[in-house]
Design a protein. Structure first.
Length: 453
């Protein structure tokens, strides 16, 4: 099958094309074994067509077989029908109508990785690691993720009922959610204190870097920036090129990230460019278990270059790159083709980025309560068939910890009381205290003390 070749667009779940002329070497013995298995498949399909109790849709059956084959590889490889492919392109552009959650398949169960901040799912109270047992009464067990996406999406203001099971619950709970346009604006900023800014990136879309630059410029017009908290909590990722360009805003030089695959064309390096000293203020990056893929690239680059301090809890641990290949008829193939590595050569696959300052999130309650339940957070290492990090197998088994979901902190400037937000968000309070210390240290380093004093 000849794959259409187009110019590469780099995503972390990425539209990146491998030319059809570049293939890995396959031995004659492997080819013969494959042909024998294909013959078995053809025979089984023929038997089903002839003897199944009712007439089947051969195309749908073959698509199901392809989906099953890809699901057996890892949690992120999948077959995309023409509709799936179109929806994926819409999602990367940021304008689609749905509930606003990142999902995966865990042991055949549809599982929430993270709700996107400010979306209907987030406002309804869905949390990471929730199991979506039914969508509008339809059972989701063993349902392909793209089929679930199709059910979750729909016209704006339409209703969808999700039957949710959460660890510790005795029975399912129905969440009635009104679909909405998932916001294009992925960047929100405000000042926590004079000169100390807070910016949240909810996901990495095609306009994220430009939105971030505009937000920084707007804040700078209001007052001089003396420090920044960049909040990547519950950010499920997105475009690789955007993760690189966001990192580049805060770096002056050096490697941002590199990838290694089975074939040479998947081995790529991405370098930072000088900013001539711009944006060289103290920087704190907030992360948690919902920070995945593109978020982890940014955090890893900042951490390895010692450009800022990473604060929060260990990230999700998705260290693989998916290539999106278009197929005839408008369908596509999402295939894991490479691992990515931080500038210092770390693969964070199934281990995540460990913060420089670990601050577990503590849920806010008006009256202190003992023994607060801590729901399990889902990480890459928990996913069935996840890619094992061979460079760090010991850490791989320790990657999943118990903690809780951080609150939404991505609302627009001026829409929420800052004191109230800091009161309810212990991770943000810690980040602000660290940023103040960094700002104070930077100030003292630039002060010249007279020798006669």
């Amino acid at each position: 099958m000849k794959v259409k070749k187009i110019l590469p667009l780099l995503f972390l779940f990425c539209f990146l094309h491998t030319p059809h002329s570049t293939v890995a070497e396959i031995s004659q013995e492997q080819r013969e074994g494959t042909y024998q298995q294909l013959e078995v498949f053809a025979n089984i399909l023929s038997i089903i067509q002839e003897h199944y109790f009712e007439e089947i849709d051969a195309n749908a059956t073959i698509e199901g077989a392809i989906s099953g084959m890809l699901l057996s590889l890892d949690p992120h490889s999948s077959y995309l029908t023409a509709d799936d492919f179109n929806e994926l392109q819409e999602e990367t552009r940021g304008h689609f109508s749905g509930v606003g959650i990142e999902i995966t398949i865990q042991e055949g169960l549809l599982t929430v990785i993270s709700p996107i901040a400010g979306t209907p799912a987030d406002k309804a109270g869905l949390q990471a690691n929730d199991l979506i047992v039914k969508i509008d009464g339809e059972a989701t067990k063993s349902m392909p993720s793209m089929d679930a996406v199709r059910l979750l999406r729909g016209p704006k203001n339409s209703e969808v009922v999700l039957s949710i099971y959460r660890d510790g619950w005795e029975q399912l709970k129905d969440f009635t959610i009104i679909r909405d346009r998932i916001p294009l604006q992925s960047v929100h900023g405000l000042f926590l204190e004079p000169g100390l800014a807070y910016i949240r990136i909810t996901n990495f879309q095609s306009q994220t870097t430009e939105d971030l630059k505009e937000t920084l410029e707007t804040l700078s017009e209001e007052t001089e920036l003396k420090g920044l908290i960049l909040d990547l909590r519950n950010n499920p990722g997105g475009l690789l090129e955007q993760a690189i360009s966001v990192s580049d805003i805060f770096l002056e030089e050096g490697l941002v990230v590199y990838t290694k695959g089975r074939i040479p064309e998947q081995n790529m390096t991405f370098q930072a460019h000088t900013n001539n000293g711009r944006n060289n203020y103290p920087l704190v990056i907030l992360v948690n278990e919902g920070s995945a893929s593109a978020s982890e690239i940014v955090a890893g680059a900042i951490q390895d270059h010692k450009r800022g301090v990473i604060v929060g809890s260990t990230t999700f641990g998705k260290g693989s790159v998916q290539t999106i290949l278009p197929l005839p008829g408008g369908s596509g193939l999402r295939l894991t083709t490479a691992r990515y590595y931080t500038p210092n050569g770390r693969s964070i696959q199934a281990t995540g980025i460990v913060p420089d300052v670990e601050v577990p999130f503590i849920p806010f309650v008006e009256q202190k309560s003992k023994n607060l339940p801590l729901p399990n957070f889902l990480r890459e290492a928990d996913l069935k068939n996840h890619i094992v990090n061979k460079n760090n197998e010991e850490e791989d088994s320790k990657a999943a910890k118990n903690t809780v979901k951080a609150p939404d902190s991505g609302q627009k400037k001026g829409s929420v009381n800052i004191e109230e937000r800091l009161k309810k968000d212990n991770q943000l309070r810690s980040a602000l205290n660290i940023l103040k210390s960094l700002n104070l240290y930077t100030h003292f380093r630039t002060v010249t003390i007279p020798k006669d004093v």
